[in-house]
Every structure is written in C-alpha cells, then in structure tokens.
Design a protein around this ligand. Structure first.
Ligand code: AMP
Ligand code: GLY
Length: 425
C-alpha cells in the first residue's frame, strides 16, 4: 500500500525508516519531511498538514491507503477526523481523543473518572486562585500550562516563589492561549519511564519501555526540553512495574471507548509517561502520539511489519497486531543547536553523517535539518539530529553512539554526554 506520514522531526524519520523496510509498504510519502526522509521517501513540502482538505486531495491523487500522523498539532486540529470522514484509514486519534494530550485538565479529568493513578491536582483559570493554591500547598509543586507548549509549559518548582513566578508567566501569556488555564500538581518522586502502546477498539498492545532525558544538561540539570536523548530497554523497571504499567495502559485504552463523557474511538499510539513512585507507577502525562525521541529507540527494536501493524490499528483490528521485539540495547543522543531550548541560530552546515553511519549498528535520524540553496545539509531547528546506536549491551551501544556523535560536526553542536548512563548501573 501507499502511505503518507505527516511531520518533519526525528520521530517521523524513524517512523518513515521503519515503514520503508516493512514488506507491506509500497510507495512512501512524508509531508513536509526533512533532509533525512528525503533519502528514503518522497517529501511533499507544499501541504499544510493541519488542514484536512488538501490532504484528502493528495491521498486521492496518490492512492494513499494509510495516513500516519506524527506530531500532536494536526491531531488536535482534527486532521484525523477529516481524513476518516473521507474514507481514508488514519493512524492517529480524532480531535476529541487528542485532548488527552492537548488539554492537561481534560487529561486529569479523564484519569480521575477512570481511577488511573496520577498526581493530585487543581485546575485554575484565575491567577489569584492559582497563587493562593500554591501558597496553601507549599513546595515542591508542579505548574503546567493547560495547552500545548512543545514540552516547555511545565515547571517543577522547588520553592513557592518559583511556583508563583511560573503561575504568573502562564497568566501573563508566555504560552499564549495554552496558558490561559493552569494545572497545578502534587510533585511526584521517582524515575520516569515511557510506555508507548498501540491502542485500537478499546485494546492496548504495549511496545517496549523507553526512558527519555528531558533536561538540557548533564546530570538532569537545566531547563526541560523536548528531549535530549533516550534509551530502551529500561533496566530499572522491575517486572512488577512493567505489569502495572501494562495494566494502566489497558485501563486507559478500555476507557477510550467507554462511557458517554469520554467516549471516543482511539486509534493510534497512546504514550504513557510514567513515574515509578514508591506507591507504584503513576501517569505523569498521556500523549496522543509516538514520543520524540523515544520512537527513535523503540522502533529500531521492532521486528514486525510496522505498516501492517499501523493499518490494523487504523482499521480497528487490534486482534491482528502482533509485535516481535529484538533484545538489543538502543541509545539515542540528540545533537541540538547552541541555545536550545531557548533561541538558536539556523543554517549551520552539517558534516560527517555518512562517516558516522559507517559505524556498526549506527543510524542517524534527522530532526531539524534542511537543504540550503547550494544543496548543502544545514540545521533548521533546535533539535538537529538523533544519533542512534544498537548494541548487545548498553556499554556497546553507548560507545558506538558517542563515537558517531564525534564524527558529526556543525557549529554550536550541543549534546548530553550522560545519555543511558543510568542503564549501566
Ligand atoms: P509533562 O510535559 O507533563 O510530561 O512534564 C514534563 C516533565 O515535568 C515530566 O517529564 C516530569 O519530569 C516533570 N513533571 C511533570 N509533572 C510532574 C509531577 N506531577 N511530579 C513531578 N514531576 C513532574
Ligand atoms: N519525549 C517526550 C515526548 O515526546 O513528549
């Protein structure tokens, strides 16, 4: 079948890479794509991926059987709804279901209604009430803009003053409409772990756990980012933790088709962001899509035909989803632009990717890259490249990935040196 992938990040390059090698894939298109997807698929730069009408026309013209939605913005904009109404199979939830990610307060209400373990919280649309709640609860405490803020709308405040500052920032419009409502949460403690799951017709078929590194600098210091690296499997997850996470994802999947209030037919990846607390795993957040950069370490371990899996999910046939995983250790290191997650320059020439990819087990997924007028590969985003290596052990995977990172050059290259160190212990 012909497949169209929507998005332009490292996640979408990894999805396109896995689809390109799947036996069920015929022609593969990526809109808009990036410098990496151009090498394995046809990039379609001209389509607005948040507007279903032109997408429907493109699908009809190119005999597209399946559309895979990568990022959250088109999901929240209702692109899946429009395509489905036109009879096209879509991997990705409808607009109402995407609110599980698009609105933190909606997500918390969903969890509360279905007894899904998560942090206690309050929801505020007035700055004064939010400040009063912060003062009453004390620190540490977590302040979140309700809407989408590219992973940057959350502050884990160590002091009441920092929390107050975060509340004021939201209401002062730092995140636009996304911060008009603020969710304030109890601060949970424990290692974090993501479990992505294929969800269709009320069933959850879990993938393998992964761990993301959200802070900008080594030792988990600095501001939160979209993710500076990831690894899979996650050795600190006990079999009891894993069982509990699997059962929470099953509970969530079942809840996605149950009840009048939250009844929606979820078809796509549900991302469970967990914290492994002393009381067991609890949900930090749901995302309505694959994680970035978790996807870059999860999909290289998948041995099944991803195209067939995604079509079964999109068509509401969870019984047909069979997943086979390798027991490789996979590590992903993000090469970012200097200044990220703050402001950064673009257009820096990138060298050395081919040399990096000659190393055994190494793949480079592009995130923010583009070709300039001279046909040179240049930086075009905060997260530029995802360098991924497989190994039989984490020692081997880490050695390979950091050697590969050294072979790649662009001005201002910024990376964490401690990705997956925790997996070694
Ligand atoms: P989110 O965008 O909701 O995933 O939050 C980003 C990060 O903030 C999470 O990965 C956690 O590290 C941290 N965080 C969010 N909520 C909490 C919480 N209730 N307790 C502790 N840390 C949290
Ligand atoms: N890596 C975190 C996310 O995709 O939201």
């Amino acid at each position: 079948m012909n497949i169209l992938v929507l998005g332009s990040g490292g996640r979408e390059h990894a999805i396109a890479w896995a689809l390109a090698k799947a036996p069920s894939t015929d022609e593969l298109f990526v809109a808009p794509g990036n410098g990496g997807t151009a090498a394995i698929a046809t990039n379609i730069a001209s389509l607005d991926i948040c507007d279903p009408e032109p997408l429907i026309g493109f699908c009809q013209d190119h005999d597209i059987r399946l559309v895979v939605v990568g990022p959250e913005a088109p999901l929240v904009a209702g692109v899946a709804d429009g395509l489905r109404e036109a009879g096209i199979a879509v991997f990705g939830p409808n607009k109402d279901a995407a609110q599980l990610e698009g609105s933190k307060s909606f997500s918390k209400e969903f969890m509360e209604a279905h007894d899904i373990p998560t942090a206690a919280y309050g929801r505020f649309d007035s700055c004064e009430d939010a400040l009063a709640y912060v003062r009453a609860q004390g620190a540490p405490i977590v302040v979140k803009a309700d809407g989408l803020a590219a992973g940057k709308g959350v502050v884990v405040a160590e002091t009441v003053e920092d929390a107050e500052e975060a509340v004021r920032q939201c209401f002062d419009g730092a995140f636009g409409q996304a911060g008009a409502v603020v969710v304030i949460e109890e601060c949970m403690v424990g290692p974090e772990c993501s479990l992505l799951s294929f969800v269709s017709a009320g069933r959850s078929i879990p993938m393998v756990p992964a761990q993301d590194h959200k802070r900008a600098f080594d030792g988990d210091r600095g501001p939160n980012t979209g993710g500076m690296g990831a690894y899979s499997p996650v050795p600190c997850v006990t079999s009891m933790d894993y069982e509990a996470m699997v059962s929470i994802m099953a509970q969530a999947a079942a809840a996605c088709v149950a009840g009048p209030e939250f009844g929606f037919d979820y078809r796509g990846t549900l991302y469970g962001g967990f914290m492994l607390t002393d009381e067991g795993p609890k949900i930090v957040e749901f995302n309505a899509r694959f994680g970035d950069p978790e996807t870059q370490v999860v999909l290289p371990r998948l041995e099944s035909d991803l195209a067939a899996v995604m079509l079964a999910v999109a068509e509401g046939r969870p019984q047909d989803v069979e997943l086979v995983w390798s027991d490789d250790c996979v590590v992903c290191v993000v090469l970012a632009s200097e200044g990220y997650p703050g402001s950064y320059e673009k257009g820096k020439v990138i060298l050395g990717i081919e040399e990096a990819e000659t190393l055994e087990g190494v793949m480079v997924f592009h995130a923010g890259t583009a070709l300039n007028r001279d046909g040179e590969l240049v930086t075009s985003g905060g997260r530029v490249l995802n360098v991924v290596a497989k190994g039989r052990t984490f020692e081997e995977a880490r050695e390979r990935v950091y050697e590969a990172c050294e072979r790649i050059y662009f001005e201002g290259k910024q990376l964490r040196q401690d990705i997956a160190v925790r997996a070694l212990a």
